[in-house]
Design a protein around this ligand. Structure first.
Ligand code: VG1
Ligand code: CO
Length: 563
């Protein structure tokens, strides 16, 4: 078929954020908007002769966008497209497929945990040949191309039927529509000890019940395959596992606020092990009756127990890492076990180079992201199965007492101490206020005006002395690229820490995140270590809000979400 060149003009603001370009669906639906961004991707990579994976969380506007990518990609010389059936592939599944079939890259259609539907969010993200999100040099290049684009190319061909698995030809290109789930299940089966998990769960079908909530995101079919088919659990162990274009009107974010369907069911039925994932399947929350695992603790505990997982038992643990705002719990595991460890900026793309260099095996972010070097994205179901594998292994050593989530948590705190951690999100606040807050902190940073000042919490009477204030910058140890302005950090003399950051995934206004962390050593004793996190952090949070004058700048009294 003939290739047509369609004239267009640049749109402002097509700058990929922490995880791709995310905007309201209505923005993507403007004439030429989506086409411009996709052509800009092809203008930034070697499209001719390439193999490209396409998938996503199935949200509203995905099927149309797959057809757009096929048209433009084919006109730009892509040889082969590998597409998930019905445009569905979770983010970890795409990462795996790129690696497994040695594709040159992939395009993911998702806005992750943001709500979907005609009035909600859509997103487009480009991943490179290692299966991970494009690094900043690539996303910057895409952005530059969006600013000068004059035309895009399309072929004229009838749309591909995305519901039929098989190999088809499409203009000059080939299209493979693949099963969304099979490769991913095979991958996890090569990593975990499923026979051990299965025998543990089947011998505790009454006192260790599992409930997974897909929040109507992409993980539903994956979870059914794993929990029902592979592990043989009853139907009642999964809920909300049909992917819907608008996630059933919900907010597919696995935290205590948005995953209330899971929290309610766990509490009502006294479920010992509950878990949820986000819209695109890369996040996870571990939550059982009376037991909540913060993501910062989760990755530390997985690292501590790595030997229980066949993949790490065999390949060893090469190193650990976390994003900067994530608590330092995982650092303590690395120190004790003698592993190398790293602190990178927020966003999974910063872990990829370390993994490719063979220096990183297990890593995580406080934002419910946990994963390993089995792929180059964070992986929600991987983390859930990792926890089940670890619990099954721990219980093998404890035949007389059934160990649950809290037993593992408390044992971990008793060995390493506990990093109390919380994040306050102020979503969709005016950008002017958010920028003023950043400027205020920069001023304090430049003038050292806060350093050595003492602050007393009004309600708890605890005193905190500021020991330092800095703007986090990162030099990649492998390619030496530098990323600046990655968050402002205030440190205190007792080792506590507060971080302020602007979100890079929002679609409207600005979102400010405040992260607080306070470490308590094992010597403090069980009672102190088991305290409620909100209580353990109360004084520090008060001081952080006072120091930053956040409420004044943002003009709001309370955060929209606390995790
Ligand atoms: C947020 C999280 C970050 C995560 C990113 C993408 O970014 O804080 O840790 O990597 O979302 O996650 P930001 O810039 O809004 O703080 V996902 O599941 O949306 O791919
Ligand atoms: Co996500």
């Amino acid at each position: 078929p003939s290739i047509q060149e369609i004239p267009t003009k640049p749109f402002d603001g097509q700058k990929p954020g922490t995880s791709g370009l995310r905007k309201r669906v209505k923005v993507f639906q403007q004439e030429h908007y989506t086409e411009n961004f996709i052509q800009s991707i092809f203008n930034s990579i070697e499209a001719k002769g390439s193999t490209l994976v396409i998938g996503g969380d199935g949200r509203y506007f995905s099927p149309e966008t797959v057809q757009t990518i096929l048209k433009i990609g084919s006109a730009n010389g892509v040889t082969k497209f590998i597409v998930g059936k019905d445009s569905i592939l979770s983010t970890p599944a795409v990462s795996n497929i790129i690696r497994k079939y040695k594709a040159n890259g992939g395009i993911l259609l998702t806005a992750s945990h943001n709500p979907g539907g005609p009035d909600k969010d859509f997103g487009i993200k480009y991943n490179v040949s290692n299966g991970g999100p494009a690094p900043e040099n690539v996303t910057n290049k895409i952005y530059e191309k969006t600013k000068t684009i004059k035309s895009y190319k399309v072929i004229e061909a009838p749309p591909v039927d995305l519901s039929k698995i098989g190999d088809f030809s499409y203009g000059p290109s080939a299209v493979s529509i693949i099963d969304s789930v099979a490769d991913y299940v095979e991958l996890l089966e090569s990593i975990f000890d499923f026979p051990l998990i299965k025998s543990f769960l089947s011998s505790h079908s009454n006192d260790f019940r599992v409930l997974f909530d897909g929040l109507h995101g992409v993980t539903g079919p994956y979870a059914k395959a794993l929990f029902l088919d592979v592990l043989g659990l009853p139907e009642s162990s999964v809920q909300n596992c049909i992917p819907l274009p608008d996630f059933g009107g919900g907010h597919p974010d696995p935290n205590l606020t948005y995953a209330h369907t899971l929290v309610d069911a766990v509490e009502k039925n006294g479920i010992e092990f509950g878990a949820a994932s986000d819209g695109d399947g890369d996040r996870n929350m571990i939550y059982g009756k009376g037991a909540f695992v913060t993501p910062s603790d989760s990755v530390a505990i997985i690292a501590h127990w790595a030997d229980a997982i066949p993949y790490f038992k065999k390949g060893g643990v090469k190193g650990l890492a976390r994003s900067m705002p994530t608590s330092k719990a995982i650092d303590l595991v690395a120190q004790k076990k003698g592993f190398e460890y790293f602190e990178v900026p927020t966003g999974w793309k910063f872990f990829g180079n370390l993994m490719d260099a063979g220096r990183l095996s297990i890593c995580g972010e406080e934002s419910f992201g946990t994963g390993s070097d089995h792929i180059r994205e964070k992986d929600g179901l991987w983390a859930v199965i990792a926890w089940l594998n670890i619990l099954a292994a721990a219980n093998r050593e404890s035949p007389n007492k059934l160990l649950g989530i809290n037993d593992l948590l408390y044992a971990h705190y008793a060995t390493y101490g506990r990093s109390f951690f919380s994040r306050y999100d102020y979503e969709e606040v005016p950008s002017t206020g958010a920028n003023a807050l950043v400027a205020h902190l920069n001023l304090a940073l430049d003038s050292s005006s806060l350093t050595n000042t003492e602050h007393t919490s009004a309600s708890t009477g605890t005193k905190f002395t500021v020991s330092g204030l800095y703007d986090f910058a990162y030099t990649d140890p492998i390619d030496h690229s530098v990323s600046k302005n990655q968050g402002q950090v205030i440190t205190f003399s007792d080792g506590s820490r507060v971080v302020f950051r602007l979100s890079g995934t929002g679609s409207e206004g600005a979102t400010v995140r405040m992260y607080v962390e306070r470490y308590v050593a094992p010597e403090a004793g069980a009672e102190e270590l088991k305290r409620d996190a909100a209580e353990g952090l109360k004084g520090l949070i008060e001081v952080a809000l006072e120091l930053s004058q956040l409420k004044k700048f943002l003009g709001v009294d309370k955060p929209t979400v606390i995790t």
